[in-house]
Design a binder for this molecule. Sequence first.
Ligand code: C5P
Length: 233
Amino acid sequence: MQRDVIIACDFSSKEACLNFLDRFSGSRKPFVKIGMELFYAEGPEIVRQIKARGHKIFLDLKLHDIPNTVRKAMSVLSALDVDMVNVHAAGTVAMMKAALEGLTRADGTRPLLIAVTQLTSTSEEVMQKELLIGAGINETIVQYARNAKEAGLDGVVCSPLEAAMVKEGCGAGFLTVTPGIRFADAAADDQVRVTTPAKAREIGSDFIVVGRPITAAEDPVAAYNRCLEEFCK
Ligand code: C5P
């Protein structure tokens, strides 16, 4: 799999998102991540419009429901022609298998399917005391990644610092999609465990998800090119 930089388009309206993407009209079209905020505000039409402009799309909706519902929902998303979608691994192997079935088109093609293991906002303490999951957080992440692999998924979303452990547990070909990226000379914002694009590459991430370091940059195209330079070269 070719390494790539995915821009997290965390905008609240279509106008803001398309104005941002207009800046890339003369250059390489970035792979973009559309999350719940934009999708729920604008609906599937925003996906079609961005797709029509030539971008690959990671639709980050983190599905988690009974297998039958997820299968049907995934078949709708697959028809939108997105390139990557995700589910919560906590939904079980049966749910992830159903997601994969729903995503697979009649011609056998399908978007990449990635699992969320434990959200980085969940601490080990909350996981153990509130959710009553007795194992340690790293053990849980690797087990959820293994479950995703068993279900036939392509990889997981994780912190770059967890990527090595996931690769060790699931093999080098199992994809890691990693947010929490910051340039060495920039602020971390609200991210706690951050890594530079170059370091993420060294650790073995396959895709980095970069939001504010590009979207809030004075020159987003230059910031994107800097990510490509550090991560993909
Ligand atoms: O602006 P920033 O680079 O922090 O954006 C990172 C993106 O990755 C956001 O869309 C955020 O929701 C997402 N993300 C994350 N950490 C996770 C999973 C997703 O930062 N564990």
